[in-house]
Design a protein around this ligand. Structure first.
Ligand code: MD3
Ligand code: FE
Length: 204
């Protein structure tokens, strides 16, 4: 079931069934075995994120004391990011409507109590490409607003297997994750939530 919850913001509820979710998770476990989750810090003051992160694909998104950016290697291991698994690349191909592969798959892990403040995804080169986001594991309360931080917001619960596509008018809108709901999914043995955010960045 696919539903336009705001202009250009498409929610494909239950897009992945149980076995597809399990297969995706297997592939992501291999990625994080090679490129471990690490805890980024905010630019300037270095406050740690509550979310831990990794990436796959030619470019990874990261945050550290000097700012937000994309780079080709893991900040801790210094190794190039692993390839985007075929299972993940297929979701981009099927839903992005974009002629070309995603260059970044950001992996966010939310343990109990983790959240992500209201922000815009604006570090990419090509805003004509959508952002495609996959939810796995515990349910999350996702909040989305408008073009400015003060715009009114709405909230929706994201469930394991849901996919969001942010295109057109919603591409640069504010959004965040207010909380996750522990114990709402059996997918991850140790609980929590994984979010995969696929972006075309376009390397110069
Ligand atoms: C709406 N992640 O990694 S994904 C992020 O669930 C991020 O972990 C959240 O925001 C998460 O940057 C939300 C859904 C999402 C991503 C990008 C968007 C929604 C968006 C861009 C524009 C509008
Ligand atoms: Fe975002």
């Amino acid at each position: 079931m696919s539903n336009e919850i705001a202009d250009g913001l498409l929610l494909a509820s239950g897009y992945l069934d149980q076995s597809q979710q399990a297969a995706l998770l297997d592939d992501i476990r291999k990625v994080v075995a090679a490129a471990p989750l690490y805890r980024p810090v905010m630019p300037r003051f270095g406050k740690p994120f509550s979310v831990t992160m990794s990436n796959c694909g030619p470019l990874g998104w990261l945050s550290d004391k000097s700012g937000y950016r994309y780079q080709a290697h893991h900040p801790v291991t210094k190794e190039p990011w692993p390839e985007i698994p075929a299972s993940v690349a297929k979701i981009w191909r099927d839903l992005s409507g974009y002629d070309g592969p995603a260059e970044c798959c950001l992996i966010n892990y939310y343990a109990d109590g983790a959240k992500m403040g209201l922000h815009r995804d604006e570090n990419e080169e090509d805003f004509s490409a959508p952002v495609v986001s996959v939810s796995l594991g515990d349910e999350a309360l996702f909040r989305f607003g408008g073009a400015v931080r003060k715009s009114p917001t709405k909230s929706v619960r994201l469930l394991s297997g849901d996919v969001l596509v942010m295109a057109g008018a919603s591409r640069l809108n504010f959004h965040g994750v207010d909380r996750i709901y522990p114990g709402t999914s059996n997918l991850l043995r140790d609980g929590g939530r994984i979010n995969l955010t696929l972006r075309r960045v376009t390397m110069r």
